[in-house]
Design a protein around this ligand. Structure first.
Ligand code: NAD
Ligand code: UGA
Length: 462
């Protein structure tokens, strides 16, 4: 039986886990994951993978060296593969036209140019990265501009995994989306990609569409998900003012089957590499296509999120008698959500930044994030006296005036808050930015405790 050879350019949070899953499910497919980052490729060969995801290491260890390979030989992988997934980063542009909103497609373009330059034979190029609608057209033009006798098909196959649950999402996706050109060659390229997923994903969960629908569906899905969070966060501010409890409101509306219960957890603000970037990209696209009303509608989702992050830091300062200058504030968690070491666009960074501006001393503990990464992101040196990274939550909270839960790591639910309270300055303030703690129990210890969309007891009573 002939073996199918695929490669993936980009060994990050998407490329690594998705390719590991394909290798695990398709033993007759040889998968090579390549990247320009030598350190990352080296780490994929060790026990300390560059991406922390529950269940990932086990799968990688089972297939590594058998049908899953990690390499920096990008040209070799392109030449040897019939299908090439492109899973490079597409961050928000920071310069020139569209700065702060448009997606920076330079890494995607570099891949297309490399494929065009080195391919020997026909290739199916698969967009795994999240891209602005109509990017497949650009990729195809670049691929075909180098007339070396090769034929290319571009297929869109956006990824919907969420970090922290990536392996579960990949194993049992709500759907797999595959978009292609509506031509016989396009259909046959789509079929080749369908064949891979069909090994473990039920056929009725594999959706095929035209290219543009597939590209736009990815941006739209993220915009809708983020919109739900901004909507419930907007309501959380009203809850705090009125005595309503945001979790009760979320539960009450979520039982309406038309609304549904998921993604209604009020928080300190959504983070992650994608929601903000993808909505800003959607906003930019709408403006580009002459739709300013649609653009400003979606821009509000990001504005509300910025407001939520700022509001959290302000509530801390206001409660602590309007000054946190010189006071120790413990931040529990730094990752943008639990079960990941990813910190991109984490709310922690904004909250810490605002508190540092108020001259607070910040003590941070996160079970998975590298201390040097935190210091680098906060723009402080390793010997900073204003920021310290602690080995555990108790150390972070010792001598603190305020404790703030920023990431919903499970271990923060189970801490001994009485022990924490005893070692803090009084009055001891606790802010739960994730609503994971029982505030009544925390208040019974002696804390002045605040949640998101959780009114103070004085506001609740009639
Ligand atoms: P990442 O930054 O973790 O990984 C991207 C990798 O691409 C990096 O390791 C980088 O070195 C490599 N790279 C960049 N240019 C390259 C080139 N020319 N040749 C070889 N390697 C190159 O990014 P990610 O989180 O994996 O996201 C990748 C894409 O997937 C983005 O478009 C993102 O929007 C999308 N996405 C991400 C998630 C997620 O949860 N992180 C989920 C769905 C979709
Ligand atoms: C999100 C989407 O859920 C994925 O489907 C998508 O593939 C991915 O973006 C992407 O394109 O990158 P991810 O960002 O990894 O996944 O994680 P989410 O679970 O969506 O959480 C995003 C942020 O929203 C986190 O900061 C999380 O804490 C926050 N959140 C989530 C809330 O504040 N409330 C909620 O109810 C849900």
């Amino acid at each position: 039986m002939t073996r199918t050879r695929i490669c993936c350019i980009g060994a990050g949070y998407v490329g690594g886990p998705t390719m590991a899953m394909i290798a695990d499910k398709c033993h007759d497919v040889d998968v090579t994951v390549v990247d320009i980052n030598e350190e990352k490729i080296a780490a994929w060969q060790t026990e300390e993978l560059p991406v922390f995801e529950p269940g990932l290491l086990e799968v990688v260890k089972a297939r590594r060296g058998i049908n899953l390979h990690f390499s920096t030989d990008i040209d070799g992988a392109i030449r040897n593969s019939e299908m090439i997934f492109v899973s490079v980063n597409t961050p928000t542009k920071t310069y020139g036209v569209g700065a702060g909103r448009a997606a920076d497609l330079k890494y995607v373009e570099a891949c297309a140019r490399r494929i065009a330059a080195v391919a020997e034979g026909d290739k199916i190029v698969i967009e795994k990265s999240t891209l602005p609608v109509r990017t497949a057209g650009t990729i195809k033009r670049i691929l075909e501009a180098t007339d070396r006798g090769n034929r290319f098909q571009v297929v869109s196959n956006p990824e919907f995994l969420a970090e922290g649950t990536a392996m579960r999402d990949l194993e049992s996706p709500d759907r797999v989306l595959i978009g292609g050109e509506r031509t016989p060659e396009g259909d046959s390229a789509v079929d080749r990609v369908v064949d891979i997923y069909a090994r473990w994903v039920p056929k009725d969960r594999i959706l095929t569409t035209n290219l543009w629908s597939s590209e736009l569906s990815k941006l739209t899905a993220n915009a809708f998900l983020a919109q739900r969070i901004s909507s419930i966060n907007a309501i959380s501010a009203l809850c705090e003012a009125t005595g309503a409890d945001v979790d009760e409101v979320a539960h009450a509306i979520g039982t309406d089957s038309r609304i549904g219960p998921k993604f209604l957890k009020a928080s300190v603000g959504f983070g992650g590499s994608c929601f903000q970037k993808d909505i800003l990209n959607l906003v930019y696209l709408c403006e580009h296509f002459g739709l300013p009303e649609v653009a400003s509608y979606w821009a509000q989702v990001v504005e509300m999120n910025d407001y939520q992050k700022r509001r959290f830091a302000r509530r801390i300062v206001r409660s602590a008698f309007n000054t946190v200058s010189g006071k120790r504030i413990a931040l529990l968690g730094y990752a943008f959500k639990k079960d990941t070491n990813d910190t991109r666009e984490t709310a922690a960074r904004y909250v810490a930044g605002d508190l540092l501006e108020e001259q607070a001393n910040i003590a941070i503990y996160d079970p998975r994030v590298e201390p040097s990464k935190i210091m680098h992101e906060l723009g402080v040196s390793q010997d900073s006296t204003q920021v310290s990274i602690c080995a555990d939550a108790y150390e972070a909270c010792r001598d603190a005036h305020v404790v703030a839960v920023i990431t919903e790591w499970d271990e923060f639910r189970d801490l001994d808050y009485r022990r924490i309270y005893e070692k803090m300055y009084k009055p001891a303030f606790l802010f739960d930015g994730r609503n994971i703690l029982d505030l009544d129990a925390i208040r019974a210890i002696g804390f002045e405790a605040h949640g998101i969309g959780k009114p103070a007891p004085s506001v609740v009573s009639l």
